[in-house]
Design a protein around this ligand. Structure first.
Ligand SMILES: C[S@@+](CC[C@H](N)C(=O)[O-])C[C@H]1O[C@@H](n2cnc3c(N)ncnc32)[C@H](O)[C@@H]1O
Length: 361
């Protein structure tokens, strides 16, 4: 019996979200956090009981969890069959949370991938009604990034299993949005590659932990082809020195602020005077060889320079191997004076994690 199971009197209900790509190892992830799922809800949400919630952030297995929320109010019902659901739910949220002055109120879906418009409309109507009756909240509900990462938000998720709500800071929950997913369109005509969404989401996610780099910051990008990430950085007014042995998409030709080295990363030898504010690596291939290149080039980072490193786990065959690889990467980075800020599995990651480091002096 797991130590933090529902049998423990001090254990509290919590919702955790496990990304779809880890569906096959859900049991190992929960066991790794010393937890058991009492119920699977929607798409990848697990209702669990936990006595010490730090395990959801600090344990090895926690890196497989996208998002979490203490459940302080649950209404397991089928909203579609419930008369006056919106009014009753909004009044209950006000009664239970109004006095605690959340910075904002955000409502997400237990099954965001569903095409059923009913729950999208329900969430939006419930949010609208709750905002009418709540005392005015400092952060507009349509601007999730304006939240203070350290102040408590009233997060709710809703679906055919009912309504689940609790208050926690975005940083503790591991995301500004309910469920931890910021939707980023990948279908615009200027989308160069799927990887663009990864860096867009990584920049968004990092605001939980530090201020964004100002425009005109200089990024060194390893493994840039075809250029989805490059184009996202340029769009934000950053300068990019990009390296790849494959070519960049011709749409990037002549882009202001872009220098492209069409070569193997190992052949790129900047002088000591060449400084970068951030280093981004999306290199494929052996992850420790990619990290080796990142560590070599990290001496060209400014003080507290940022590293965004995609740790690819293709070829890793088990949960334990993924954790061992992660520890190896963090240890090697620490020896090269890179301190881990945080790590996560982004919505737009596949079999990979995104690790964020800062250069220490
Ligand atoms: C996943 S793709 C990168 C996608 C890219 N970040 C984007 O935004 O479109 C990985 C890239 O790493 C490059 N790569 C892998 N090893 C490399 C090396 N040693 N030197 C240069 N490029 C390398 C590959 O050519 C490939 O283009």
């Amino acid at each position: 019996m797991p130590a933090s199971s529902s049998s423990s009197s001090s254990a509290r209900p919590w919702l955790v979200r496990i990304p779809d790509v880890f569906e096959g190892i859900t049991e190992e992830i929960l066991a790794g956090c010393n937890l058991s799922s009492s119920k699977l809800l929607g798409s990848g949400y697990h209702l669990i009981h936990v006595a010490d919630s730090s395990i959801l952030r600090n344990s090895d297995a926690a890196m497989f969890l996208r998002w979490n929320l203490p459940i302080e109010h649950s209404w397991p019902c089928n909203p579609q069959k419930m008369d006056g659901f919106i009014e009753k739910a909004a009044q209950t949220l006000l009664r239970k949370f109004g006095d605690r002055l959340p910075q904002t109120l955000l409502i997400g879906l237990l099954d965001p991938s569903s095409n059923n418009r009913y729950y999208k409309t329900l969430a939006s109507n419930l949010r609208g009604r709750a905002l009418q009756i709540f005392p005015s909240l400092p952060v507009p509900a349509n601007d999730a990034e304006a939240q203070d990462p350290d102040k408590a938000t009233l997060f709710c998720v809703i679906g055919k299993e009912g309504l689940f709500a609790g208050m926690q800071s975005p940083k503790e929950s591991n995301g500004f949005h309910p469920g931890g997913t910021k939707f980023i369109s990948q279908n615009s005509p200027d989308t160069i590659s799927r990887a663009g969404a990864k860096i867009a989401e990584a920049i968004h996610f990092l605001k939980l932990h530090r201020s964004p780099l100002p425009p005109n910051s200089h990024w060194l990008e390893l493994g840039a082809s075809p250029g989805g990430m490059t184009s996202e950085l340029l769009k934000r007014g950053h300068r990019v020195t990009a390296i790849d042995r494959a070519a960049l998409d011709p749409r990037l030709n002549g882009e202001k602020g872009l220098h492209f080295f069409h070569s193997d990363v190992a052949a790129f030898r900047p002088t000591a005077a060449m400084k970068f504010d951030a280093l981004l690596s999306d290199l494929n291939g052996d992850p420790l060889e990619s990290l080796h290149q990142v560590l070599r080039l990290s001496s060209n980072l400014t003080e507290r320079g940022l590293v965004v490193f995609t740790l690819k786990t293709a070829g890793v065959s088990s949960f334990e191997e993924a954790i061992a690889l992660y520890h190896r990467a963090v240890d090697l980075a620490a020896r090269a004076d890179l301190e881990l800020i945080t790590r996560t599995h982004l919505t737009y990651n596949r079999q990979e994690f995104t690790l964020f480091f800062e250069r220490m002096e």
